[in-house]
Design a protein around this ligand. Sequence first.
Ligand code: 2AM
Ligand code: CA
Length: 257
Amino acid sequence: MLNFIENLAKEAGIMAQNQRKHLSSAGIHFKNERDIVTDVDRQVENFIKTKIAESFPDHAILAEESGVSKEHDSEFLWIIDPIDGTTSFVHDMPIYSVSIGLHRNGKPYAGVIYAPRLGELYSAELGKGATLNGTPIHVSTRDSLVNCLAETGFACLRAGLKENNLKHFCRIAPQLRGIRRDGSAALDMAFVAAGRVDFFWEMFLQPYDIAAGEIIVQEAGGRITDFQGGNDYPLGHGIVVSNGIIHDRVLEQLALD
Ligand code: 2AM
Ligand code: CA
């Protein structure tokens, strides 16, 4: 199964990278003023869905651009973001990815994130560990904020939401070694799994932004909660992804006003 997902994510990522060369302004559409989708997002999503349907016709699929395609009573649900980091993709910045997650009986079962411009394939299956380009990965061991490199994002700003992440950013950023805003929640989670980044937090993400990242982080030994330390993520309560050691310190900071 994992082999199938890895090959699919790679093929999809290479398709996205190749099609980027032919993207013109006519291929860029506005979901709203700030939220863009390209013809390539749709093409890659259709490709992934078709391949899954060919091999697993009974499985249900949830995809960013087309929603839930089938309400089967299948135990399997595929959760797809054809391009995570569409803004970077459009601007020809390299940090974007294809994210394919698979749930079994409502729980993360497998996931692959492929970043074609980075040449990086992150992959995990329940109970089998997480890998980057085939090499096992594990979260970091850094245990104080002053030694941490963090990632965050501002999906809330694009959605025009009043409750935004800026106050958290202003409070937490000065306490850290460094902070990055790379614009792909899937890759932000992969970077935590690989031990490069010690934690990541964001508000108002969607299930397709985090489905593949969730199993990859879990299998790499990390921890994922909402801002209150519970399991109600990503919808409504934000998401905190960490090496586990620094997690409670981050929750404390997010609880401050
Ligand atoms: P996308 O590129 O697939 O839209 C950046 O902060 C992260 O938030 C990216 O993973 C981006 O995914 C996601 N994002 C941006 N705007 C969003 C929105 N309105 N709803 C959900 N996710 C969003
Ligand atoms: Ca997307």
